[in-house]
Design a protein. Sequence first.
Length: 125
Amino acid sequence: MTVKENQKSVLVLLSDVNFSPQLISILEELHNRKADLHVILIGESDAGIAEQIIARKWNFRVIRKTGKFGSFFHFFVMCFCILRIQPQAVFTSGQFATVIGMVSAKVFRVPRRIFIRHHSNFHKR
């Protein structure tokens, strides 16, 4: 068995986030534990979190957020990624990412489905 075959692949789907030290530290911990990370950000490519992920040279993709009807497109992109990567876990953060990620991971029977809900004081400022 090669090292690549022994690695656990984790598909990470993020939305509704500009910058989050908490998410970066979670991703760093996964990377330090030798997980094969695949990160998808639903949002803008100029977000601070995108810059942090690009700087670390992880597998990364940005999908522009569209309206509610764009959810179907995002769902199919997520399904395609699950089929291609065949992750052992799907990790989501953000309301939009959680809905799309958890449904598609359940449909394709990904063994571990993890989501987090958190909030900041962003909307109060």
